[in-house]
Design a protein around this ligand. Structure first.
Ligand code: NIG
Ligand code: FE
Length: 389
């Protein structure tokens, strides 16, 4: 079995407090051994065993690969003109989703698959080793099912978002669209997905419609997650907690009752700073959530409309600068927090016997991810033990 040792790691973040100091389980002057797809040894650099190949980290740092628990990567076209108009003063109202729906329906399967593969590579080069992605730009039985089938060929974390907006054909019959989603669309899509999601927002789906979609998904074995409280206050977060959803995503406009519900329940709050950045909207208050005891994840929301970034380091830096997170909190949320939002115990940490998903940073400490925003610090990435180019 081929093995690699990384030595002289100035700071190794394990996210396992039993292995090192603080919530990040930090180790100084550490080494680790990768064998096949696993990390098989962690310890002091001076005691590192000899292996087939040796990489001298030379005082750099190693972190768990980022877990991007929220992205929309199955689409064609882009929305450059919409972004340009918004940066010239127009508001974001999610109305552009229909533009992407038209382009996506018209695209052949191999184009959607190639674009997804392109984004995965782009993300991996920036340190992301686990990616979730959603449907939601097809909005017919055929187009939603093919998007999920294409996603499932490349990814483990696949989410059905047939209830993204009401399909244009059903503009005058939203109840009919919910019947389609909760019936034939879910029948065709559930075999390809792990999660069911809904955009619970004014202009998309109300609480009763969203509940119907999530329960219909759950009845077919899918676990719920919710786009909640993005554009204004609303029932999304309360619904997510009520149904024991893995995650409520966005959480930009929260009441005290929403924060208390998240703190008391099992639902992770996934914050998506790229979205507020790209729509010039007020950021969610991560400090308020953390101080209340809520588990917080950070993700990119990579999509052509509201957040066309695939960069977890960018999101982490914005979360530190604009949302009241410390650099350590933001790193935890971008790794272990994402794993919690996907109910995954096997990613988001570096432990002996665990998956070898990790990034080598060209920095002595991962605090540099926020301290040096925009600088490409990720210098090497391993996903399941394999070096990513
Ligand atoms: O998460 N909120 C709804 N959906 C996406 C936006 C999609 C789009 O604008 O195309 C989001 O921000
Ligand atoms: Fe989203």
């Amino acid at each position: 079995m081929p093995s690699t040792v990384l030595t002289h790691i100035n700071t190794l973040v394990t996210n396992d407090p039993s292995l090192g100091t603080g919530p990040l389980g930090r180790l100084q002057d550490a080494a680790l051994v990768i064998e096949d797809d696993r990390v098989v040894w962690i310890g002091a650099s001076s005691r590192a065993p000899a292996t087939d190949s040796h990489i001298d980290a030379a005082g750099r740092s190693v972190i768990p690969g980022f877990v991007d628990s929220h992205a929309h990567l199955l689409f064609a076209g882009d929305r450059t003109a919409e972004f340009h108009a918004r940066m010239s003063g127009e508001p974001y109202e999610a109305g552009g989703i229909a533009t992407t729906v038209a382009a996506t329906r018209a695209a052949p399967d191999d184009e959607l698959a190639a674009r997804l593969a392109h984004f995965r590579r782009e993300m991996a080069r920036q340190g992301t080793t686990t990616v979730e992605t959603k449907s939601g730009y097809g909005l017919t039985v055929r187009d939603e099912a093919r998007a999920l089938r294409i996603a499932a060929e490349q990814l483990d974390e696949v989410t059905f978002l047939g209830a993204h907006i009401v399909a244009p054909e059903y503009r005058d019959d939203p109840a009919g669209y919910v019947d389609l989603v909760t019936g034939p669309m879910l029948d065709a899509c559930a075999p390809h997905a792990r999660w069911v999601d809904v955009f619970c927002e004014r202009g998309a789906f109300g609480a009763d419609q969203a509940r119907a979609v999530l329960l219909a998904g759950r009845a077919r074995g899918l676990r719920p997650r919710v786009h909640a409280n993005q554009l204004g206050p609303g029932p999304g977060v309360a619904l997510a907690v009520e149904l024991g959803a893995a995650s409520a995503d966005h959480c930009t406009h929260l009441t005290d009752a929403d924060v208390a519900a998240l703190a008391d329940g099992p639902t992770v709050a996934t914050l998506l700073p790229g979205c507020e950045f790209s729509t010039r909207s007020p950021y969610p208050d991560a400090r308020r959530l953390l101080d209340a005891g809520v588990v917080v994840a950070l993700a990119t929301d990579c999509n052509p409309g509201s957040s066309f970034t695939s960069s977890m380091p960018f999101c982490l830096a914005v979360a530190v600068r604009e949302m009241g997170m410390t650099p350590d909190e933001a790193l935890w949320s971008a790794t272990a927090g994402g794993a919690a939002a996907l109910e995954r115990a096997d990613v988001g940490r570096i432990v002996p016997g665990g998956r070898a998903d990790l990034a080598l940073l060209d920095a002595p400490d991962p605090v540099h991810l926020a301290y040096r925003p925009g600088v490409p610090l990720v210098s090497a990435v391993w996903r399941e033990g394999a070096r990513v180019d």
